[in-house]
Write a protein that binds this ligand. Structure first.
Ligand SMILES: [Zn+2]
Length: 256
């Protein structure tokens, strides 16, 4: 039962930036198959069929995400599409990763499993959202520059990526709310301190995007971007304590 629940609402990525070392040879079977204004796509010949769709989705979201963050990227972003989960998990140095790990942002590149072979948890269409999610992480990485993305609370990082990728809808919100009726909502601090796996298991991805949606719908994107750049100044940015914001978020979800 729990597994079905996770399948329906869980998205996950691994953010591994410059400090991570790629295993190298796992990309050998991929070659440059398509180039667009802002992206270079590497895949097997078989997966080249899906690149037009991926390119369209990424290019359609490019201006929105970079515009929100106020950044300009001076080079094309590399996108590597792996033919199956096994080769993808090897490439991100986590060969034992569960099937729901399908996208990553590593060494300034976007990596994903092919939407044509998404594994047991994801679908063709959810993979199209995953790659936008990963690009949002990459864009935040550039927006934060030398400050580094590691300072970001997990809920903010994942919530923003999900929000920009459109990974929120009424169904997800209903599941989050019904989960809170069984288990009390986590504090934002608890979401931040959870390990990656704990975060996934506590439904952290879906919960986090409801927080970001609340902040954007209530206070606007400009403040959210200010928060991404200086999360330690949350009280100054919103003029409220985090505790009060958390209460407003619960009210926003219609829980009381
Ligand atoms: Zn993510």
């Amino acid at each position: 039962m729990k597994r079905i629940f996770c399948k329906r609402i869980l998205w996950i990525c691994l953010m591994i930036f410059i400090t991570a070392k790629s295993s190298g040879q796992k990309s050998d079977s991929l070659r440059l198959e398509k180039s667009t204004e802002h992206f270079n796509f590497y895949s097997t010949t078989k997966d080249a069929n899906v690149l037009d769709t991926l390119a369209l989705v990424l290019e359609n979201n490019y201006a929105k995400i970079t515009g929100h963050l106020g950044i300009t990227l001076d080079k094309k972003t590399t996108v590597k599409v792996f033919p199956d989960l096994t080769s993808f998990h090897k490439a991100i140095n986590t060969p034992d990763a569960p099937d729901w790990v399908v996208g990553s942002c590593m060494n300034n590149e976007l990596l994903m499993v092919s939407p044509l072979n998404p594994g047991s948890v994801h679908t063709f269409s959810s993979l199209l959202q995953v790659i936008v999610h990963e690009f949002a992480h990459l864009a935040v990485f550039y927006a934060l520059d030398e400050k580094g993305i590691s300072t970001l609370p997990q809920w903010l990082s994942e919530g923003f990526a999900q929000y920009e990728a459109g990974q929120i809808n009424d169904h997800i919100k209903r599941i989050v709310v019904s989960g809170f009726k069984k288990t009390a909502p986590p504090t934002w601090e608890q979401l931040s301190s959870a390990s990656m796996l704990e975060f996934g298991q506590m439904n952290g991805y879906a919960i986090s995007v409801t927080i970001v949606e609340f902040l954007v719908n209530t206070y606007g994107m400009e403040k959210l971007v200010a928060l991404l750049k200086a999360p330690e100044h949350i009280e100054t940015i919103y003029g409220l304590s985090q505790e009060n914001l958390e209460k407003q978020w619960i009210q926003y979800l219609g829980m009381n």
